[in-house]
Write a new protein. Structure first.
Length: 201
């Protein structure tokens, strides 16, 4: 795959889309350009530092739900080999143009990567769009893609229950201490929260 490629991974996701899934997808497709303007210039140092402190330069990182490519661009500039995965076709194209890196269009419920493909996985405010019951399956996929001593960093929203936000995006909230951490103890995980809010994607 070339350094700045944009590719589509054709796959069948076994779980059907709910109304929340569809409204979330619709938002990111319809407002991709606006969302890019809102997020590409923001910074998430807690997430960036959590990976950079634990991985050598040149390590291979997967950005799950990479949005408009802010984090892909950052990690590339810091000397990491970075691949983005994004479900929105419009956001994936924006991310590719913004970062100059490989962006794969796909769904993180069925990761299109070989086992132990990455040294680190980053999921900034993306896994929170999954229903709670789907999280364990996705974590299993993340674990499979990580190599020995792999590092997984994620941000979630703190709270309880599920909601549709004002933009129509489905969000699952997690009580403190239960977010991504407990399902797979063998992962070296770092979960960062800031004032109960997930960093902007």
């Amino acid at each position: 795959m070339s350094r700045a490629s944009l590719s589509s991974h054709s796959q069948r996701v076994t779980r059907p889309l709910t109304d929340g899934d569809q409204s979330t997808r619709n938002f990111y497709e319809r407002f991709a350009a606006q969302y890019a303007r809102e997020t590409q210039t923001s910074a998430v140092p807690l997430i960036w530092n959590a990976l950079e402190a634990r991985l050598p330069r040149g390590a291979r990182i997967l950005d799950l739900g990479c949005g408009a490519g802010r984090d892909v661009r950052h990690f590339a500039n810091e000397g990491f080999e970075i691949v983005g995965l994004e479900r929105s076709h419009r956001l994936a194209r924006i991310a590719n143009e913004h970062s100059g890196q490989s962006i794969i269009i796909g769904d993180f419920r069925q990761l299109p990567f070989d086992s132990q493909s990455f040294d680190g996985v980053c999921a900034v405010a993306s896994l929170l769009h999954l229903p709670r019951e789907a999280l364990a399956h996705v974590l299993q996929g993340i674990r499979r893609t990580l190599g020995p001593n792999g590092v997984f960093v994620a941000s979630m929203k703190e709270g309880d229950g599920e909601q549709i936000d004002a933009r129509g995006r489905f969000t699952t909230l997690y009580a403190k201490g239960t977010a991504v951490g407990h399902a797979h103890a063998r992962l070296r995980r770092v979960v960062r929260r800031t004032d109960g809010r997930a960093p902007a994607r």
